[in-house]
Design a protein around this ligand. Sequence first.
Ligand code: 9MR
Length: 319
Amino acid sequence: MVASQAVPASAAGPLKNTTNRWVGSAVAAGPLADEADYRAVLTREFDSVTPENEMKWGVVEATRGQYDWSGADAIVSYAKRTGKSVRGHTLVWHSQLPDWVDDLEAGELRSTVKKHIKTTVSRFKGKIRAWDVVIEAFNEDGTRRETVFQQKLGDGYIAEAFRLAHAADPRAKLYINDYNIEGINPKSDAVYELVRSLKKKGVPIEGVGIQTHLALQYGFPTTMRENIERFARLGVDVAITEADVRIPQPTDAAKLEAQADFYEQAWDACHAVRRCVEFTTWGFTDRHSWVPGVFPGEDDACLFDEDLRPKPAYHRINP
Ligand code: 9MR
């Protein structure tokens, strides 16, 4: 099969060797274990991995007090074997929460979040380059999302999460992370203001993760570079953490070129700013992608097709 061949997809060499940024992908433990061709392309092209679901609270502690680290451990040990960096994902998120967390009253929720952060971060201490500590905390209009954490713990839950994560692994780079904050808009303004105030208070926040889930029909966020620059000026790193570009079906050659334009613009926006240190995609093959399940009628968002052949977008960023 084309995909398992040892030669890189580009004459220039693998994607990871073309830049001094981390080049990552979200990884799922299932195909990593079961599909040799998936593993081969991942190993060849990327130098960082983000567990797509395997470190989420709902996965590691679905039943209170009973931990399942099998998927997370498998990905972290793959990374060690193959010399890859790991981005930890994610500690405090309103989605994929275990059911039992919803019913806790404030005091117990606070101590439970504390235990969750301490347990998870300590377990992988020294093995995680960067953690997505809090993700998706804002609404599109820049107000705080009314999550269980916001409602019961109040505004301070974010600073608290960063302090706890830092105590558990002082060397991991700690990030806040969100989607639809690629360009300058009310939501990215809110993240900007939050980072500024946390830095001022001495909260250990070191990065902003810009997910970069894009879709052809919404156009490219043209202020992306400017936005990355303003975050960098606050004295934090920036990472592109979940890039993909959805195509309204059916896919054709023109749409694949348009997708390549989007990837190239996002790649260039990151590379224009010294403090943009990572470009991670949310999966690398259309064979396994969250997109069609969540956006019916949209698909083919990744750099490689279902047969692991590089698409025009790949060749655009690695000519
Ligand atoms: O790709 C992930 C998918 O497999 C899960 O079912 C989903 C659960 O909500 O989460 C997806 O990943 C999300 C990520 O963790 C946070 N940002 C948005 C991603 C896409 O939904």
